[in-house]
Design a binder for this molecule. Structure first.
Ligand code: IVH
Length: 680
């Protein structure tokens, strides 16, 4: 039996050792002991603490296992706003930035920058008081974030107590939480094994993990952290440079990325960028560019900020990534409207931050133009959020006997003869809802988030429901019984009752969403919204002629004809009235005339990441105020809402002189307009 004093000492020693090993592992990527030995230290500490509960302290490494789930995250106000970064897309744009910096501080000489990798994760603020970790918050909109302390506590890379004696009273460390590639790959392999949906990329995996209400889930996720700056700092003398700051933080045990370098003048900056671009593929985590920061902290201060971003820093993104892979096969898919799309199945390849396994070839014309054949080696590109594409075939690698791919003449699902209409790029299966593929896709569309928003009705379930003959039209969804659902593959009783509840909930909708859900050709969200606003009631729309339809903003002769043809079909009218009889309903909007709506006729484009509302919510809010939301910026655009990391659309807006709103401005505007409407 150890004496009390010895126990205390041993616990102390174990904690120090474990913290030191965490640091070697996470900060220096240089583990000092095998994993099994580390686990043994941890177990010993756990055992001693279990026997001596009075000696457990908040900052013990055993306290990283997560705690009771929360109902929601509390809000945290950032006393010093968490800013974003402007982007430079080429050498010239970086040089223009450098010139602005020099002009602003009247510097004739070269500026010294710290060049850091732009880590692809999510920004986090860590508050330490007297060296003890007390709170973590997400960036949110920069002013208000979410309190994710319990989750962050589970990340071993983040010290719960800073090392050393000369510590500030309060320091807010800022940096990026990310998921190293090895951990990401392991997590996704496990997800596939458990038939769960894998994460699209390490950034989503990190964000998803950090926004868990149950910190025990976060504790199992392989997250890491690098600091890149500070927010609040009390009772401490600031160091001279960004680089010194990093050394100071590292000395306190805070992980700093070891790929930072100092570069003086633009030439050295370009070289540092090239060096990192070349190293990128070898790094154990994802980076999507570099960040240049004026190294001198006093200079940073005098250069200052614009509303969203510092003037002393800029991000230079890497260009789209391209990778080579092989075409294993070419499938032909049948879409909701019968469109026949050739899709290349690839040997999975990690490019631009996601694993790509399928790439659309759009239509026969595109397939011919690129002349993609089974067995070909191809170059796949993915830029930002854009869908991946095949850039070209590597002809030198083509086998001499590779046959040209022929598009089928019959629908691969129902066997109907495929139609090709003169002047249309797309070939179609004309069988409509007699073709199971089209039924499946229509049901998926009907239930999708922007349509009826039936939570939990995933693709796999829809496929089974249609294949089993349980669902032939959307109306059949609302007649499904618990037992029928339970009989499906991988459907537990709980998920079946959740699904029934979600179906019930979806019955309360809006006319615009309902119209969109019907899947009328060419009637996307925007058109559905215009139709709902114009006609107010479904009956009026059902009886509309092509002439009256063409009076609706956005509706031309083709769309008008599709709407009329849709409601002419008895089958469609029956489905619509069954849905209404089964309880699908929406509030009557016929009393709001278009001109009453606060943003009637205004054209908005949303770009970048909107962190507070999210795109879909923002769009719905705008549409409910009568505004139109489109995808590309033109002279007709009234406003561009630029979220974080807005790119080319923001540039275009600036060059066309279109009003640009930050996310904050936008939220304010929406709030005012909604308020104005309510007070009418
Ligand atoms: S500095 C005041 N440094 O990029 C400057 N940000 O696009 C604020 N990021 O929200 C950020 N690596 O989440 C900085 N080395 C780095 C970074 C970095 C990644 C992220 C960060 C920020 C976003 C802005």
């Amino acid at each position: 039996m150890m004496r009390d004093n010895d126990v205390k000492k041993r616990i102390q020693q174990l904690r120090e050792d474990i913290n030191r090993h965490n640091q070697s592992y996470y900060q220096y990527d240089a583990p000092q002991i095998p994993d099994a030995d580390y686990d043994a230290l941890m177990r010993e500490l756990q055992a001693l603490e279990a026997e001596n509960p009075s000696l457990i302290s908040e900052d013990s490494p055993t306290q990283r296992v997560g705690s009771a789930p929360l109902d929601s995250f509390q809000q945290v106000q950032h006393d010093v706003p968490m800013l974003s970064l402007d982007n430079a897309f080429d050498d010239d744009e970086f040089e223009a930035f450098d010139k602005r910096v020099r002009d602003r501080v009247a510097l004739a000489n070269k500026v010294e920058y710290l060049v850091e990798p732009k880590l692809d994760g999510l920004a986090i603020s860590l508050l330490y008081t007297d060296g003890i970790f007390v709170r973590a918050a997400t960036r949110g909109d920069g002013k208000t974030g979410e309190n994710v302390t319990e989750n962050v506590k589970t990340i071993s890379a983040i010290p719960l107590r800073l090392k050393g004696d000369n510590l500030p009273k309060t320091i807010e460390v800022r940096g990026e939480v990310f998921m190293p590639l090895s951990g990401f790959e392991r997590l996704n392999r496990d997800a596939v094994r458990l038939s769960e949906k894998p994460f699209a990329n390490p950034r989503n995996a990190a964000a998803g993990s950090l926004r868990q209400l149950d910190s025990k889930v976060t504790a199992k996720r392989p997250l890491a952290f690098y600091a890149y700056g500070i927010g609040v700092l009390e009772a401490f003398q600031m160091p001279k440079t960004q680089h010194d700051l990093f050394e100071l933080l590292a000395g306190w045990g805070i992980p700093i990325c070891d790929q930072v370098s100092v570069a003086t003048g633009v030439e050295a900056c370009h070289q540092a960028y090239q060096r990192l671009a070349e190293k990128r593929a070898m790094l154990p985590y994802e980076i999507d560019g570099v960040v240049y920061k004026v190294n001198d902290l006093a200079l940073q201060q005098s250069i200052g900020f614009v509303s969203r971003a510092p003037r002393w820093a800029i991000a230079r993104k890497f260009p789209a990534q391209e990778r080579m892979t092989e075409v294993m096969g070419i499938d032909v898919q049948v879409g909701r409207t019968g469109a026949i799309t050739p899709v290349a199945r690839l040997v999975p390849v990690f490019v631009g931050g996601v694993t790509v396994t399928n790439v659309t070839l759009h239509n026969e014309g595109e397939l011919r133009r690129k002349d993609v054949r089974v067995g070909d080696t191809v170059i796949v590109r993915r830029a930002g959020d854009v869908i991946p594409e095949i850039v070209s075939v590597v002809l030198e690698k083509r086998k001499s006997n590779a046959p040209i791919f022929d598009m089928p003449t019959e629908c691969p699902v129902c066997g109907s003869a495929i139609e090709r209409i003169e002047g249309e790029a797309v070939a179609r299966c004309p069988a409509g809802l007699f073709c199971q593929a089209q039924v499946k896709e229509s049901i998926k569309h009907f239930a999708s988030r922007k349509a009826m928003d039936v939570d939990g009705l995933g693709d796999k379930i829809v496929e089974q429901l249609v294949a089993e003959g349980l669902v032939k039209t959307p109306a059949d969804l609302y007649g499904l019984k618990q037992q029928q659902l339970c009989a499906l593959d991988r459907m537990a009783e709980k998920s079946a009752s959740n699904l029934i509840a979600a179906l019930e909930k979806s019955k309360t909708t809006t006319l615009a969403k309902f119209l969109y859900a019907l899947g009328i050709r060419e009637v996307g969200e925007v058109t559905a919204n215009s139709l709902a606003n114009h006609f107010g009631q479904l009956e009026a729309l059902q009886q509309a002629t092509t002439e009256s339809l063409e009076k609706v903003p956005d509706v031309g002769p083709i769309v008008a004809q599709h709407v009329v043809s849709f409601f002419e079909l008895a089958h469609n009218r029956e489905v619509v009235s069954s849905l209404q009889n089964l309880g699908v309903h929406w509030p009557d909007v016929s009393c709001v005339s278009e001109s009453d709506q606060a943003l009637a006729g205004k054209v908005f484009v949303l770009t970048g990441t909107l962190s507070v509302m999210g795109r879909i919510e923002a769009k719905e809010a705008l549409q409910s105020l009568g505004a139109k939301v489109t995808g590309s910026v033109s002279k007709k655009t009234d406003y561009v809402v630029a979220g974080e990391e807005a790119g080319s659309k923001l540039k275009k807006a600036e060059s066309l002189g279109v009003t640009v709103l930050s996310e904050e401005d936008f939220i304010e505007l929406i709030g005012e307009q909604q308020g104005a409407l309510q007070s009418v």
